[in-house]
Ligand binder design. Structure first.
Ligand code: KIV
Length: 262
């Protein structure tokens, strides 16, 4: 897949699958999978570093994780999040952040929000870097939104989001993430754009779906948003695996003769 495949997939009604990936270990597995593209999301601040929000992601963190993923999955299309405020301190610092992510191995950057980002998005696209938009629940603005809430429920908010989606397409975004919005709005925006939408909690009518890898694999049993479907029980698998190892060690069952050098 490359940046042009996104448009082509939409024209062919081929839904795009995207998952987050933050490290070399999982990138090696995802590199062999059928998943279309990988997102080094700023959610890594929460999932990998234990912070309470993506506000804590820095460009240094993002750069290091992008490089690890790029080494693990060299044939996948990799999108990297522009972290908190990296787009709001002027053109030069923003372009430096883009340069760091692209030189670390990303093939595109993702930017949250629309209205205040449009001139910057145009500049980045003109500089030759593909940009993915992100509307709806934009976690970097969590303090402004008053928590993780479904966005665009009111008619006026829905209209604003639909207009912003069109503005992002006009600014040159090659695709758009829609997070936590009502199904009807996800459908309306997806049908009105020529670029593909990729949904998370945005219903079944977007042109693709994205989930956080650890969430879809069931690594965190306490995270239970309505949109999440679990495809594995990684929490149980890891817990029982390491407990089995522990039992074998304390009962002197590991290592056995076959696992030892003569
Ligand atoms: O950072 C992230 O994981 C994201 C996805 C939820 C779309 O932006």
């Amino acid at each position: 897949m490359n940046v042009h495949s996104f448009q082509q997939y939409k024209q062919e009604s081929h839904h795009i699958s995207m998952v987050t990936c933050y490290d070399h270990w999982s990138a090696q597995i995802l590199g062999e999978s059928d998943i279309d593209c990988l997102l080094v999301g700023d959610s890594l601040a929460v999932v990998m570093h234990g912070f309470d929000s993506t506000v804590h992601a820095t460009i240094e963190m993002m750069e290091m994780h992008v490089a690890a993923v790029a080494r693990g999955a060299p044939r996948k299309f990799i999108i990297a999040d522009m972290p908190f405020l990296s787009c709001s301190k002027g053109l030069a610092p923003a372009m430096e952040a883009v340069q760091k992510l692209m030189q670390a191995g990303a093939h595109a950057v993702k930017i949250e929000g629309a209205s205040h980002q449009l001139p910057l998005i145009k500049q980045i696209v003109e500089a030759g870097v593909p940009v993915m938009g992100h509307l709806g629940l934009t976690p970097q603005s969590i303090h402004n939104m008053g928590g993780h809430k479904v966005q665009g429920k009111k008619q006026s908010d829905a209209e604003k989001l639909a207009n912003e989606a069109t503005a992002l397409e006009t600014a040159g975004c090659f695709s758009l993430v829609l997070e936590c919005i009502p199904t009807n709005l996800g459908r309306q925006i997806s049908e009105s754009l020529t670029i593909p939408t990729i949904g998370i909690g945005a219903g079944p009518f977007t042109n693709g779906q994205v989930l956080v890898l650890q969430d879809l694999l069931g690594a965190n049993p306490t995270f239970t948003p309505k949109f999440l479907r679990r495809y594995a029980n990684t929490y149980e698998t890891i817990l029982s695996g390491v407990n089995h190892f522990h039992r074998d060690v304390v009962s002197h069952c590991y290592p056995c003769a076959k696992e030892s050098y003569k």
